[in-house]
Design a protein around this ligand. Structure first.
Ligand code: MSP
Length: 527
């Protein structure tokens, strides 16, 4: 079983384009693993506790529970709109999660992994954490990323993180595949060099924060939001769950030899949350090295000016508006096409329109329309394999084989953009082939009928393959193409079934209808 989870999204605001990117990427990876013939399970959800949620709810004059219900609905609606299909949904206010977190806390306490002490230090309200000297900038101040910083003295519970960082360092050094891409692994190792021997404060006194999971052994505290949220990856995977809890079988999902579960996260939450806290928490819980998850770290979408896209800067791109204006296919395509997994990219609406219009409308759409239209007009919609093949057909078939192999190699590495480039290469080859073979000319002479059938069949067969390869990225468009080709079963094929001859000799194709109509921007909208 391929088990993939994403970071759970904060519910202190509405979803933005960064959230949409991560979920679409996860959805594409899962659909691709299924296309490869693997069993796959996709968990995602929302992070509903913490000080920021409590503060925003207070500002809006509602109970945090009412507030998170409302924001959670916005995430659920967006995933439905974007065709993000998950198997498990994690909400950290779920009682099943709460009992898992409390069970883990009790176990850790019994095993001597937790202790209580008094502490006085600068505290960032925004980041909900105590700060240290290393968090100061060159001038000795705490930078704007920390927001309001106050000196806070309080008693709290601590997790003996420092007992596990030595293990973590050697584990990461000896398992290069656990943090990808490689430069993020280096970043984590560097952070570990600097981390010293600090432990992790895992509680918040109730006077300061009520909106959290109560410590099972000290009722005047709730659990620090990160400690609670990180556990979602196992609580909703069925870790320590009752058999009738309606959760997966943890052993089957997580404990698969040779295949680590994958957590897909953004670069901002690798250090320290996932890369240090979470891996050390799992180690403290007794997870052996073979069961430590893999962290797949993606980059950020920034605004064109290079600023962060965030609600607080007002620099926000609303995925709902984009999907409504340009269509889900255009948005999913852009989010997968214009960024290299692991790196950052600038969100650029002009490029969204340009990439859709050139690669999908002009190339793929054109190939589909041509293949289907001409088959309907010239051969009554019946495909004939024809013969004999010339070097043009041999080259076309070789282009498909090469592109499919390049697609698979890229997709195996979660490099979706490179996978799409590989499909595009074949589509461009096919359009060039159509231009050279000129089926519209061949049709003028009945003596060329056999040759005409061969050319049209090669175009239609290529569309069928393209539909299958595109299906993880554009599932709706792929299903439409399969319907037009009159092969509804096409999109349930596996990668291994992709051989030349998907469309049988004598196959009757359906009626063509443009799947990728050009995006036309009104002059006034451009101004
Ligand atoms: N709630 C925490 C995660 C807890 S996981 C146990 C959180 N939430 S978040 O809403 O701030 O971010 C959710 C995910 O979106 C993170 O993986 C984050 O990196 C990602 N992104 C947030 N902004 C982003 C961009 N501008 N671009 C791409 N991804 C971004 O962190």
């Amino acid at each position: 079983m391929f088990y993939l989870t994403t970071a759970i999204d904060y519910t202190n605001g509405a979803p933005h384009i960064g959230h949409a990117y991560e979920k679409v990427l996860a959805d594409v990876i899962i659909r691709y693993r299924r296309l490869r013939g693997e069993d796959a399970y996709f968990l995602t959800g929302v992070d509903q506790h913490g000080q920021k949620v409590q503060q925003t709810a207070e500002r809006e004059g509602v109970h945090p529970a009412t507030f998170v219900k409302r924001t959670t609905k916005q995430f659920l609606n967006l995933w439905e709109k974007l065709g993000v299909h998950y198997d498990g949904w994690a909400e950290t206010t779920d009682p099943r999660h709460k009992s898992c977190v409390q069970g883990i806390l009790s176990d850790l306490q019994q095993n001597g992994q937790l202790y209580k002490k008094s502490h006085s230090a600068p505290y960032s309200v925004r980041q909900e954490q105590f700060l240290q000297d290393r968090d100061r900038d060159e001038s000795g101040n705490f930078g704007p990323q920390w927001g309001e910083v106050n000196i806070v003295e309080e008693e709290n519970w601590y997790f003996k993180l420092s007992e596990h960082t030595g293990w973590l360092k050697s584990f990461i050094e000896s398992h290069p595949d656990v943090i990808t891409p490689a430069f993020r692994r280096t970043e984590l190792l560097n952070a570990l060099e600097r981390s010293g021997d600090t432990d992790l404060c895992i509680s918040r006194p109730k006077e300061r924060l009520r909106w959290g999971i109560e410590l099972p052994f000290d009722a005047s505290f709730v659990t620090y939001v990160w400690f609670d949220a990180l556990i979602n990856y196992i609580s909703f995977a069925g870790y320590h769950a009752a058999p009738d809890a309606g959760l997966p079988n943890f052993e089957k999902l997580w404990n698969v030899a040779g295949s680590r579960s994958t957590h897909l996260i953004g670069k901002d939450i690798l250090v320290p949350a996932h890369g240090i806290y979470w891996l050390c928490m799992l180690h403290a819980m007794g997870f052996p090295d073979a069961q430590i998850p893999r962290l797949l770290v993606h980059g950020f979408w920034n605004s064109k000016s290079g600023d962060k896209l965030s609600k607080s800067t007002g620099n926000i791109v609303d995925p709902n508006v984009l999907a409504d204006s340009f269509g889900v296919d255009a948005l999913r395509y852009y989010l997968m096409r214009d960024i290299v997994t692991g790196k950052d990219s600038d969100f650029d609406l002009d490029r969204l329109v340009m990439l859709f219009n050139t690669e999908l409308a002009n190339e793929t759409g054109n190939l589909c329309n041509r293949a289907l239209n001409m088959s309907q007009r010239f051969t009554d919609g019946i495909l004939h394999h024809g013969a004999p093949f010339t070097s043009d057909e041999t080259a076309l078939q070789a282009s498909l084989t090469d592109s499919t192999a390049a697609y698979q190699a890229a997709m195996d590495e979660c490099d979706i953009s490179r996978g799409l480039e590989a499909i595009s290469r074949h589509v461009v080859h096919c359009n060039g082939y159509a231009e050279r073979m000129k089926p519209w000319e061949l049709n003028k002479d009945p003596a060329n009928h056999e040759r005409l059938a061969t050319v049209l069949y090669h175009l239609a067969e290529s569309v069928a393959h393209a539909a299958v390869l595109l299906s993880p990225i554009l599932p709706d468009a792929a299903a439409k193409l399969a319907a037009q080709l009159n092969l509804p079963s096409l999109t349930s094929l596996k990668l291994a079934d992709l051989h030349w001859g998907l469309l049988p000799d004598g196959h009757a194709i359906g009626k063509p209808k443009p799947v990728f109509p050009r995006i036309v921007i009104e002059e006034s909208a451009q101004a």
